[in-house]
Write a protein that binds this ligand. Sequence first.
Ligand SMILES: Cc1cc2nc3c(=O)[nH]c(=O)nc-3n(C[C@H](O)[C@H](O)[C@H](O)COP(=O)(O)O)c2cc1C
Length: 328
Amino acid sequence: MSSLLHRRIASLTAKTLWLAPLAGVTDSVFRSICKTWGADVVVSEMISADGLVYSYNKSIEYARFTADQRPFGMQLFGSESSMMRQGAQLLLAQKPDFLDVNMGCPVKKVIKRGAGSALMQTPQRAMEIVSALEPVVHEMALPLSVKFRAGWDGNSINAVEFACQMEAAGADILCLHPRTRSQMFGGKSDWQLITEVKKAVSIPVIGNGDIASVADALEMFETTGCDGVMIGRAAWGNPWLFAEIKAAMQGEEIPEISYGERFNTVRNHFLTAFQHYPRKRAVHEMRTHFARYSRGLRGGASFRAKINSSDKPEEVLHFIEELYNEQA
Ligand SMILES: Cc1cc2nc3c(=O)[nH]c(=O)nc-3n(C[C@H](O)[C@H](O)[C@H](O)COP(=O)(O)O)c2cc1C
């Protein structure tokens, strides 16, 4: 392994905080917001290898990023190694900092094509994919990571064996969301599996699943020995969580994020969305974020009703201002 690749892997996994890929949520705009608040590593939403090959212009949109997001990984999904290789080459031309392979998506549309978490049922095929990608990614001295689950269902938990197979095939970093495919996003993730995977492989392991607070993040680091933690749903509407965890990890007092700062973040998120999307799309994309940002806030329900029936950016900005003024 080249020393450059080694350094790159180390910088992604030195007790780092990762923003999880969340399709439909962690677009370029939100990733930048999370970086501002302390996410160390961000990953694109899942990008289809077939999509890249057959409808490039549409799929490559998901790979758009801005320099402030580095280190930035692009996540590829698919089920066929030569298609994955072509897809990877198209993504690598965009100059990400690493490539991630999705072997955890539980969604029907994806698994019926043998991709995402379906690959945990066909480990040979999963190994073929990683073996096919490894030379392409390593040629550029970039790390290759694999994100996977506990297994297909409760009767076929194979995360540890699968992790060893991915390492043997050439993966540099593993990221485990220890739920089975059958669990989808329900039930609880089994952090014990992160501990077991970490013990079984010699490459870095990123732990993921159900981190909802500073205490959860610290606990995952401590109990599993993982090299980084990945946070998804809890950061949605709450990017400040990264700053809180960072402070706690450095032994500092957990910062109190004022409503003024929160307002500035939300406003900035909204305004940046307009640079990224056409006007109407920006307003619509922001609605799910607003729903999250306003959770638990005084006047949140009426704020949501108002923004959901307005297409006018100036009006929406006014509603955001009103909401945060109400908290003061
Ligand atoms: C709306 C949504 C979209 C997701 N999209 C992706 C995706 O594109 N790629 C991926 O690997 N995982 C995806 N996931 C799974 C998350 O990355 C993560 O593994 C999971 O949510 C568990 O972490 P959390 O408890 O911190 O949210 C998605 C999850 C959700 C809820």
